[in-house]
Design a protein around this ligand. Structure first.
Ligand SMILES: NC(=O)c1ccc[n+]([C@@H]2O[C@H](COP(=O)([O-])OP(=O)(O)OC[C@H]3O[C@@H](n4cnc5c(N)ncnc54)[C@H](O)[C@@H]3O)[C@@H](O)[C@H]2O)c1
Ligand SMILES: C[C@@H](O)[C@H](N)C(=O)O
Length: 386
C-alpha cells in the first residue's frame, strides 16, 4: 500500500526548491508544505483483472437513479446484519441495500433482498462490489467477537485488523460514508468502569478489543488525513430475539430467554453479580442509522459510546421471574468469558451522543424482558401447535 500525494493549487517556491520539497514529501510520506494534500491510498490494480461474470453487476440495473444511498453491509449474516438490512431497506428501498457475507444465506434471507458473497480479506472482490453496485455507504459488520476471537487469535487478527484495512482503503478510494461498530470491549481493566466515558485509558486484554481500538484510531486517522467520512459507535452487548449471537461474552443475555420459555431453566456462564452495559437490537440499529444520517457538523467526535441499560445476570433473572414464576437460573462460570467481562465497563457514559446528535434509547430492562419473552413465547406456542 502506498500513499499518493496530489497537488492542490500552485506553490510559490522556485522550481528546484519545489522539487526538493516534493521529493522530501514523498520520502516522508507526508505533505512537504501546506499546498500538498494526501489522497487516499490506492491499491495495486493488477495487470490481469479477473474475468467479471456477465451478471456481476445485476444489482446496478435494479437501482433507481435517485439520491438514496446505495448500501453494502459486510458480515451481514451475523446477529445484527439482517436486522440492519431490514431497517435500511425500509428507509432506502429494498434494492439499494446489499447484504454480504462469506456464509450461505438461508432461503428467506436470500429472497428478501440483494445478497452477494464478499470476503473482506479479498480486496479486489470488495472493490468490484463497490464499483459494480455504485456503493455509497458501507456498514462494516464482519468480525470475530470476544470469546471466539480468544479461541482463534490469528483468524481474529486477520479478519478484524487486515480486513478492516481493506475496508478503510476501499471506502477512502471510493469516497464512501463508512460505519464501523466498536464495542464496550474496546476498554480494559485500567479504564474507568462505572461509568466509562468516551475518552479515557483504553488498554483492552482481548484481541477483539485491541482490534476495535485499532479500528477506532485508524478510522479517525483516515478521517483527518484523507477526509474519509468515518462514523463509529461503541455498542454495548446487543440482545436480539430473532437472531443468534456470534460467540461473545454477553451472549448469555440472549440465550436466557429462549431457555426460560423452553424448559424454565438456564445455566449462566458468568457470575451472578457481573454487571455489563446492554441494549435491545432495535435501539442499536436505530442509533446506527441516526449517526449515519447526522449532519457532519453535529459530530464533535467520530467515535461515540451509546448506552441503554446495565444489569447483572441476577437482575435479569429477577425480571424474567416476574413473567415465568417457575424459572430457575444456575451458574457454571466460564473462566475466559468471566475474565473478559470483569475487564469491561459496567456502565457507559453516552452523554456526548445524546448531546451531539440526539441519541435516546427506548428500551430499559422491563421493556426488553417483555419484548423478548413475547417473541419467544409466540415462537414456542407456534412450535407446540405444530
Ligand atoms: N452483537 C453484539 O453484542 C455486538 C456488540 C458490540 C459490537 N458488535 C459489533 O457489531 C458487528 C456485528 O456483530 P454481530 O454480533 O452481528 O457479529 P457476528 O459474529 O454475529 O457476525 C459476524 C459475521 O462476520 C462474518 N465474517 C467472518 N469473517 C468474514 C470475512 N472474512 N469476510 C466477510 N465476513 C466475515 C461471519 O460470517 C458473520 O456472519 C461486529 O463488528 C461486532 O464487533 C456487536
Ligand atoms: C460486547 C460485544 O462486543 C459482543 N457481544 C461480545 O461479547 O463480544
Amino acid at each position: 500500500m502506498c500513499a499518493r500525494l496530489s497537488r492542490k493549487g500552485t506553490c510559490g517556491e522556485m522550481p528546484v526548491a519545489r522539487l526538493l520539497w516534493q521529493v522530501a514529501g514523498q520520502m516522508l510520506g507526508s505533505p512537504a508544505c501546506g499546498c500538498w494534500i494526501a489522497t487516499p491510498p490506492l491499491r495495486f490494480l493488477g495487470t490481469s483483472p479477473r474475468q467479471i461474470p456477465a451478471d456481476a453487476n445485476f444489482h446496478s440495473a435494479l437501482f433507481s437513479e435517485t439520491d438514496q444511498p446505495r448500501v453494502l453491509i459486510t458480515g451481514g449474516l451475523g446477529q445484527l446484519g439482517v436486522g440492519l438490512a431490514n431497517l435500511l431497506r425500509k428507509r432506502f428501498g429494498k434494492d439499494n441495500v446489499i447484504l454480504s457475507d462469506i456464509r450461505k444465506p438461508p432461503d428467506h434471507i436470500f429472497h428478501s433482498g440483494p445478497f452477494i458473497y464478499s470476503d473482506i480479506l479479498d480486496y479486489k472482490n470488495l472493490r468490484e462490489i463497490v464499483v459494480n453496485n455504485r456503493i455509497t455507504w458501507l456498514f462494516h459488520y464482519s468480525a470475530l467477537l470476544s470469546a471466539v476471537g480468544e479461541a482463534n487469535v490469528s483468524l481474529a487478527r486477520a479478519v478484524n485488523i487486515t480486513g478492516l484495512h481493506n475496508i478503510l482503503d476501499v471506502a477512502a478510494e471510493h469516497n464512501l460514508r463508512l460505519f464501523v461498530p466498536s464495542t464496550i470491549g474496546a476498554f480494559g481493566p485500567t479504564s474507568p468502569r462505572n461509568p466509562t466515558p468516551d475518552l479515557c485509558v483504553q488498554r483492552p486484554r482481548t484481541i477483539y478489543g485491541v482490534s476495535k481500538v485499532h479500528a477506532e484510531l485508524m478510522g479517525e486517522y483516515y478521517h483527518h488525513r484523507y477526509g474519509l467520512d468515518f462514523r463509529c459507535l461503541r455498542y454495548p452487548g446487543i440482545i436480539s430475539a430473532d437472531s443468534q449471537p456470534g460467540g461473545g461474552t454477553t451472549d448469555y443475555a440472549v440465550q436466557i430467554f429462549h431457555n426460560a420459555l423452553k424448559n424454565g431453566k438456564f445455566e449462566c456462564n458468568l457470575k451472578p453479580s457481573t454487571r455489563l452495559p446492554m441494549m435491545y437490537i432495535d435501539d442499536c440499529l436505530r442509533a446506527t442509522l441516526e449517526v449515519m444520517e447526522a449532519l457532519p457538523e453535529s459530530l464533535s467526535m467520530r467515535t461515540y459510546n451509546i448506552n441503554a441499560m446495565s444489569f447483572t445476570p441476577e437482575d435479569l433473572a429477577q425480571e424474567v421471574l416476574k413473567h415465568v414464576p417457575e424459572f430457575q437460573i444456575t451458574y457454571n462460570v466460564d473462566s475466559v468469558r468471566q475474565a473478559i467481562a470483569d475487564s469491561w465497563p459496567m456502565n457507559f457514559d453516552d452523554s456526548n451522543a445524546r448531546k451531539d446528535w440526539g441519541w435516546k434509547h427506548d428500551f430499559d430492562l422491563p421493556e426488553l424482558v417483555t419484548t423478548m419473552l413475547n417473541f419467544h413465547g409466540s415462537d414456542t406456542r407456534v412450535a407446540q401447535a405444530n
